[in-house]
Ligand binder design. Structure first.
Ligand code: PLP
Length: 452
């Protein structure tokens, strides 16, 4: 037995937390989580918290599903590990490849496995450049990403992303990666209607391709809905316009579906929600509902044919690429999503209900915009309505609201001053009611603290 205070002391002394001011955290004391069931987690002090963020956009089937533990245990006992390097592989790995080929749209038929979303995005940087090089176009090697995009924390992932704070640490982006502005209507849309704004934002890609020269541009990468920066939902026509431009200049289109994959936007994949055809798709998080680390890259036939046929040895891979235990857990997770019709229930029933409740929060004086799609959303907190202005010292008010939510037993994430929503897909109507009530209360407490 080890008491909570001791754990907190050891944590402060020995554990560097990602994306945290660790000195401030040490003073505050880390919350130790001990248990999870459905949409709730419990901490060591016995507080029950409704998790409106599904861990980190990942616990799609909810906490506490024994079947996943049993699948892991069965596979660990039978064959805990083997790699796919030595002209061999394992049954769960093959079955998962085939399952992903079946689930992902169009001809994304070929899976390459990684341990995380960051590694999946690293993988595309190398393999897409290789794709062009073996076709005698080595100079077609520039990637275009978006400012404020998030594609992970490895050197390539953080470079493909456009988070300024991350670029500042470690001298990023690496050469050969440039960024365009993303669609962010609240901050940037002005008087444009949705369609005009969608075209306007997509044209930024065409302008950048023409500036660089199409013969130098390998690929465009984007999150269909930008998550980490604040759930920026693009105009309906944006992705189709992006696809048209990519086709026109023969630039590969990479959809980072690490957050949006496995039901988050109301379809299995957001490229189905927005009706466009990526050449490459990166996946992680919801692939195992976060129960075990796993990422994947899905390549379409055209890219895979070049990589596997003319490319010679694929000089890329990880010790744990296609780890059989992770694959077994992913298969069990996907079985549950399919057999319990979780994605369909979100699309037809719980998603619209959650959307209605979430959008009603726009009635609060602190909320400038309530964004929502499928099972994901954000509230943009503002000092005054209806103006689209921000609080000075951006981020402070969001953190205040996040802390008030926690006091009320609700986990919401804050980015800048946007409150982010991404609950487990299995949330019930009464839990949606609880979520909306607690969010409103946190907004009230925030407004009160600000003297509004
Ligand atoms: N891509 C997107 C869109 C993400 O949101 C994330 C993580 O939040 C990643 C990639 C990186 O995934 P991981 O943290 O598994 O490396």
């Amino acid at each position: 037995e080890i008491d909570t205070a001791t754990l907190q002391r050891l944590d402060a002394a020995h554990h560097l937390h990602p994306f945290n001011d660790n000195a401030a955290l040490a003073k505050r004391g880390t919350r130790i989580l001990t248990r999870g069931e459905g949409c709730y987690v419990w901490d060591a002090e016995g507080n029950q918290l409704l998790d409106a963020f599904a861990g980190l956009w990942c616990v799609n089937i909810g906490y506490g599903r024994r079947e996943l533990g049993e699948a892991a245990s069965r596979q660990m006992t039978q064959l805990a590990y083997y790699n796919s390097f030595f002209q061999c592989t394992t049954e769960p790995t093959v079955r998962l490849s085939a399952k992903l080929a079946e689930l992902t749209p169009h001809d994304l038929n070929h899976a390459f496995f990684t341990n995380s979303g960051s590694e999946a995005n690293d993988t595309i940087l190398r393999l897409v450049r290789h794709f062009w090089a073996v076709q005698d176009q080595p100079e077609k090697n520039i990637f275009i990403g978006r400012h404020d995009g998030y594609h992970g924390s490895t050197v390539a992932g953080a470079s493909l992303g456009g988070m300024k704070g991350m670029h500042k640490q470690g001298g990023l982006p690496i050469p050969g990666i440039v960024h365009i502005d993303p669609p962010y209507w609240f901050g940037d849309g002005g008087d444009m209607d949705e369609e005009a704004y969608g075209r306007h934002c997509a044209k930024r890609l065409e302008d950048k391709i023409l500036e660089l020269g199409p013969e130098r541009v390998a690929a465009f990468i984007g999150e269909p809905v930008m998550g980490a920066i604040g759930v920026y939902i693009p105009p309906r026509n944006y992705w189709q316009e992006i696809e048209r431009i990519c086709r026109k200049y023969d630039v590969l289109l990479v959809a980072d579906e690490v957050i949006t994959g496995f039901g988050r936007t109301g379809e299995w994949f957001a490229s189905q929600t927005f009706d466009f055809r990526p050449d490459v798709m990166t996946l992680a998080k919801g692939i195992t509902s976060g129960y075990i680390p796993l990422g994947a890259v899905m390549f379409n036939d055209r890219v895979a044919d070049v990589l596997s046929g003319r490319g010679g040895e694929l000089a890329h891979g990880y010790t744990y690429s296609g780890h059989p235990v992770c694959a077994a857990v992913a298969l069990e997770n996907i079985r549950i999503l399919q057999e319990e019709h979780i994605v369909e229930t979100c699309r037809n029933n719980i998603g619209p209900y959650l959307g209605e409740k979430w959008k009603a929060l726009a009635g609060h004086p602190l909320v400038g915009e309530a964004r929502f799609l499928g099972m994901v959303g954000a509230l943009e907190l503002v000092p005054s309505k209806p103006s689209r202005t921000y609080f000075p010292d951006r981020g402070r008010v969001g953190q205040l609201c996040r802390d008030f939510a926690l006091q009320n037993g609700l986990i919401l994430r804050a980015t800048n001053d946007a409150m982010l929503l991404s609950p487990p897909l299995v949330i019930s109507r009464s839990q949606v009611d609880e979520l909306a009530e607690k969010t409103w209360k946190a907004l009230d407490m925030t407004a009160h603290a600000l003297g509004m």
